[in-house]
Design a protein around this ligand. Structure first.
Ligand code: ADP
Ligand code: ADP
Length: 226
């Protein structure tokens, strides 16, 4: 029962739109699984439900055997549309997420070091005082990645996190992502529409079919290098 366990997860949006129907899957602790599947198959809904952003679901989302939302499991999410607060600076977006997730960690110096580390790693240290809406999509996406990594979560959920990056930046950040995961191996679900990326990063690749009610298929990945 270790790791992340999704049992019979069904999500219907208001108006009756069925986004997921009786989905079962397991991600072992400290593994990276990638998820691919056609648009509308429910990939974002799955991550949002695990992250606690969708409260109205049927079924169970367990981590280490009990509900992921009742225990102190820290979950990091890189949402598809970045989810930055437009009235806060880049620095403040990251800082606020850290304060909410680690209210007891009052050591300002360490927090500041962590923020600086990730801003630099993402190549956006010059943007700390800017507001999200003054940034390009790729810059906003890097802020969202920095924010999630700075939390050092137990479960990491990424929804097409590199989609707005140019090819060179994407390769650099893919490498950083794997290095970071080796240092802090969060149990990770990574949604991508890029099959090459799914093969590059995933220990296993989960394919969500477009037909509701059909179970996701999990494919072993022999090519993964981590
Ligand atoms: P994917 O990420 O695989 O493209 P989504 O999880 O975004 O799929 O969507 C799954 C289904 O749920 C789609 O049919 C989509 O139209 C519907 N859906 C997604 N978000 C909402 C919402 N906020 N309200 C109503 N329906 C939604
Ligand atoms: P917030 O919750 O908005 O982060 P704070 O009172 O903690 O509020 O910080 C006020 C502002 O100063 C925020 O925008 C924050 O990002 C910024 N800030 C705090 N500490 C530093 C620092 N060491 N270097 C640069 N900016 C900082």
């Amino acid at each position: 029962n270790s790791g992340l366990n999704i049992k019979d997860l069904t999500v219907a949006y208001k108006g009756g739109q069925l986004a997921l129907e009786r989905v079962n899957l397991t991600v072992p602790e400290h593994s990276i699984y990638t998820i691919i599947g056609p648009s509308g198959s429910g990939k974002s809904t799955l991550l949002r439900a695990i992250a606690g952003l969708i409260k109205d679901y049927q079924g169970e989302i367990l981590f280490q055997g009990s509900s992921v939302h009742t225990k102190e499991t820290l979950i990091g999410l890189v949402p598809q549309s970045y989810g930055l607060l437009p009235w806060k600076t880049v620095h403040s977006n990251i800082h606020m997420a850290m304060k909410i997730s680690h209210p007891d960690r009052t050591q300002k110096h360490n927090q500041e070091q962590t923020i600086q580390h990730w801003l630099e790693a993402m190549g956006i240290e010059d943007l700390a005082k800017r507001y999200p809406l003054s940034l390009s999509g790729g810059q906003q996406q890097r802020v969202a990645i920095a924010r999630a990594f700075a939390l050092v979560p137990t479960i990491m959920l990424l929804d097409e996190p590199f989609s707005a990056l140019d090819a060179v930046t994407r390769e650099t950040i893919q490498r950083l992502f794997l290095e970071n995961w080796k240092a802090n191996p969060a149990t990770t679900l990574f949604v991508t529409h890029d099959v090459e990326e799914a093969i590059l990063l995933g220990e296993k690749i989960i394919v969500i079919p477009s037909d509701k009610g059909k179970s996701p298929v999990t494919i072993d990945n022999d090519h993964v290098f981590h």
